[in-house]
Design a protein around this ligand. Structure first.
Ligand code: DGP
Length: 110
């Protein structure tokens, strides 16, 4: 059974895709928490950080984040977040990173 994000990657569910390469697809979050809120998703299905293989498409998330942040004009900074498991607030079981920007982020996060 493909995950929700695999369905987006395969264009079965619509999304505002802002970037893709051989390893990751990035699209705007349905429920944005900042002026820029983009999900960066490895094409390969991995449930989350706890199930991370040694190698795979997830290794390209950081480079994609840098590229997307530049194309979104986030010159003042941004934040990259991965929620893991129940306490981390993960709701979709397909590894993804949140790229948040366009406003000053708070610390510590909630
Ligand atoms: P997390 O809680 O870390 O698992 O983040 C999942 C994010 O996915 C959450 O911010 C909302 C977003 N999301 C859920 N369903 C959809 C969808 O169908 N389309 C888009 N673009 N984002 C979605």
């Amino acid at each position: 059974m493909p995950t929700l994000f695999t369905k987006i990657i395969q264009r079965e569910i619509p999304a505002d895709i802002v970037y893709e390469d051989d390893h990751v697809v990035a699209f705007r979050d349905l429920d944005p928490q900042a002026p820029v809120h983009i999900l960066i998703v490895p094409r390969q299905e991995v449930d989350g950080l706890a199930e991370l293989p040694e190698t795979g498409d997830h290794l390209y998330i950081l480079n994609a984040a840098k590229t997307i942040a530049e194309s979104e004009g986030l010159t003042s900074g941004y934040r990259l977040v991965i929620n893991q498991g129940v306490h981390g607030g993960q709701s979709v079981q397909h590894l993804h990173a949140h790229l948040l920007g366009g406003r000053k982020m708070n610390w510590p996060p909630g």
